[in-house]
Design a binder for this molecule. Structure first.
Ligand code: FMN
Length: 211
């Protein structure tokens, strides 16, 4: 009886669900995830620098966008906390910076310099063909957000990454105007759209889907 049940096609269909429900039942559970959950297809590393919290909020919205894509997993890290494994296991890297004097902040530039000093990306081109994207927040409307995103993308292009935009022509950006948390809903939506686009492109690139 039991072997025939196990081999029946209906058990093969519902068996994993039943096992999963049992494992998650109170008192029996082994954790929040089920063993039959598929492993994520792509990992998207979202890296940011933020002192007052604006760029961090944008980073969280980018992560929200990544999570809308089936098969994509997001990892959120501050620039100084990224490890070699975070970087090299990622299929895509999205980097966000506050605008400092019309360019990326020193911390973000140091992060990129450390790709070589700490992680030794060259001469093997270890970041080659990973997907890359940028986002930025700046205090004023027109004082360096696009330059900041373009210099982030330039560092990625220099590493033979494949850069994409989303949310705006060069990435997602917000004008914070001195307000400690000055990002509006449209700007948050742009950041989410960027995360979604990066994850979609990463999945398509990895699976070879032409859609
Ligand atoms: C040292 C410094 C330089 C800055 N330079 C610029 C600038 O050139 N253009 C601009 O729009 N905002 C500039 N800002 C404002 C920040 O980019 C803005 O407040 C940003 O949203 C802060 O991000 P955070 O909240 O994630 O720390 C500067 C801020 C600091 C501290």
């Amino acid at each position: 009886m039991v072997p025939s049940l196990i081999h029946s096609s209906s058990f093969r269909l519902i068996g994993p669900l039943v096992l999963c429900a049992l494992l998650l039942a109170p008192g029996i559970g082994v954790g929040e995830s089920c063993a039959d959950e598929p492993a994520p297809l792509v990992k998207v590393l979202v890296v940011y620098h933020s002192v007052f919290g604006n760029t961090e909020r944008m980073a969280e919205a980018v992560v929200d966008g990544v999570k809308t894509v089936s098969g994509a997993e997001a990892l959120l890290k501050r620039v100084g906390k990224v490890t070699a494994d975070d970087l090299f296991s990622a299929d895509a890297v999205v980097v966000g910076s506050p605008v400092y004097w019309s360019n990326m902040s020193g911390e973000v530039k140091t992060f990129f310099d450390n790709w070589q000093f700490k992680f030794g990306v060259f001469p093997e081109w270890k970041m080659k063909n990973k997907i890359g994207a940028a986002f930025a927040t700046g205090g004023q409307l027109s004082s360096g957000k696009e330059v900041t995103m373009l210099t982030i993308l330039a560092a990625m292009l220099g590493n033979q990454m494949i850069v994409v935009s989303g949310g705006g022509a060069f990435g997602a950006s917000a004008t914070t105007e001195g307000d400690s948390l000055g990002i509006d809903n449209k700007e948050m939506a742009d950041a989410k759209a960027l995360g979604q686009r990066v994850a979609e492109v990463a999945v398509r690139f990895k699976t070879g889907s032409a859609k």
